[in-house]
Design a protein around this ligand. Structure first.
Ligand SMILES: [Fe+2]
Length: 461
């Protein structure tokens, strides 16, 4: 029986094809741009490799595009046709694809955990569990999953560095910032192309309000993410956030034009980077020119998708930013209709937190900040279920805070700022400090010399 790069039995027997499959596995872990080429080579040579078909289907579903469901369904059909010749470990992946297509990605996660029970050093299963939990907003599950298999790894396991990168990210998302930074740095020593681990350390600096340290970490390490698929734009997005917190708007816009929005795709991850960055800039009073236009045009074409509420909320940002009221209404109504009949886990998330968040964003776009604050504040408690990271969801947190300020709800805004600080290990970024100063000066206009036009724009509570 042939063995793969992780020392596991594999039903592929041709050495050349097995090499390609090993490149797929490492490519998934490294977010490498060439992964799809390697998978294409595997399936061209061995279309009856059920595990390869399952990975194709799962990868397509992770793109969050309804028009690609038939591709995933075809992959499942081909995988099932080869089910009898697949090994027990490989069959679990096929079942995992079927579960997601049935509308239950949490079952996909459970099946990957079943793989890890018997084969804890299957780094691909670890990454799939991690990535699916990330989409589902299950940070604690991400951490528990990684920590369950960590003891089984030897230092020279080819997936060890990538495992550390996932551990770093899970530690960061569960608030263990010091350990996350150390673990992320170790991940990079072990796997120099581990962009996910590198990016976990960037998250630490974001969450602890240390933008300068974040820039120091990223600058000079560009090689660690240059090989990536569009994940590289997300790392540039993190760098742009750091410049934003330092008030370096020109650097933010330069990165937006040259890196973050280098490819003007409608991939939801690219759209989320771009829309959230433009919205954050506007909340700081920075003019973004006509940059919303191309985003709004693309987002208007995605209103019927419904694959992921995380994607939908960012399409909505693009439509609100571009002042597309008809398309905004269309998307909000579609989210509400999906949420009214939640037969899948994706639709359950349309119901909660989707509906409240979407209505809040719509009201924000209409300048109805009292309504926007009401809905956005309501969605806060469950927004984690929309998936993504704390840093990604923070754009909605900022819109909640700024809507509350504009509506004059200072005490409620202060409570949110306090909760935000608690989640950040007691630290605060310049965004939050500026909002606190605004409230202080508005409350005490005679004694606070900082009272100026900005403060006057905050109405009385
Ligand atoms: Fe990130």
């Amino acid at each position: 029986m042939a063995q793969d790069i992780f020392g596991q039995d594999c039903s592929l027997s041709d050495a050349r094809v097995l090499n390609e499959w090993n490149a797929v596995q490492i490519g998934v872990l490294a977010h490498a741009a060439r992964t799809a080429d390697h998978l294409g080579a595997v399936l061209a040579a061995a279309p009856d490799f059920a595990l390869g078909q399952a990975i194709k289907g799962l990868s397509v579903l992770m793109l969050g595009r309804s028009e690609l469901r038939p591709v995933a369904q075809d992959a499942l059909r081909d995988a099932r046709a080869a089910f009898d010749t697949a090994l027990p470990r490989e069959r679990k992946y096929v079942e995992a694809l079927a579960a997601w297509l049935d509308g239950a990605p949490s079952r996909t996660v459970a099946l990957m955990e079943e793989v890890l029970t018997d084969w804890p050093c299957d780094t691909l299963a670890m990454k799939l569990s991690h990535g699916t939990r990330f989409i589902l907003g299950d940070a604690r599950g991400m951490r528990a999953s990684v920590e369950r298999v960590l003891p089984a790894y030897s230092a020279d396991h080819p997936g060890h560095g990538y495992l550390l990168g996932c551990h770093a990210f899970a530690l960061e998302e569960t608030g263990e910032y010091d350990r996350a930074e150390i673990t992320g740095r170790q991940a990079l020593w072990t796997a120099p192309d581990d962009a996910w681990g590198l990016h976990a350390v960037a998250h630490v600096h974001d969450m602890t309000g240390n933008a300068r340290a974040g820039l120091d970490w990223l600058e000079g390490r560009e090689e660690a993410w240059a090989h990536c698929n569009n994940f590289r734009y997300h790392v540039w997005w993190h760098k742009a956030l750091m410049h934003l917190d330092l008030g370096e708007a020109d650097a933010v816009l330069r990165l937006y034009d040259t890196e973050v929005r280098k490819d003007k795709t409608d991939d939801y991850r690219d759209i989320s980077n771009a829309t959230s960055l433009l919205m954050r800039l506007e909340l700081e009073g920075i003019t973004v020119g006509d940059r919303w236009e191309e985003l709004a045009n693309l987002c208007a074409g995605r209103t019927e998708d419904g694959s992921l509420i995380f994607a939908d909320l960012h399409y909505l940002l693009g439509l609100v930013g571009g002042d597309r009221r008809t398309a905004t209404q269309r998307l909000v109504q579609r989210i509400r209709a999906d949420g009214a009949n939640p037969t899948t886990e994706a639709a359950q998330r349309m119901a909660d937190p989707g509906c409240a968040a979407a209505l809040g964003l719509e009201a924000f776009g209409e300048g109805d900040y009292r309504t926007a604050f009401g809905y956005l504040a309501k969605s806060r408690d469950s927004l984690q279920l929309a998936g993504g990271s704390h840093a990604q969801r923070d754009v909605f947190e900022r819109m909640t805070i700024d809507a509350g300020l504009r509506a004059g709800n200072w005490s409620q805004v202060e409570a949110i700022l306090e909760d935000r600080r608690r989640k950040r290990g007691g630290t605060e970024d310049n965004y939050a400090q500026a909002r606190r100063a605004l409230i202080a000066s508005a409350r005490n206009p005679r004694t606070d010399s900082r009272n100026n036009g900005d403060a006057q724009s905050v109405p009385a509570e």
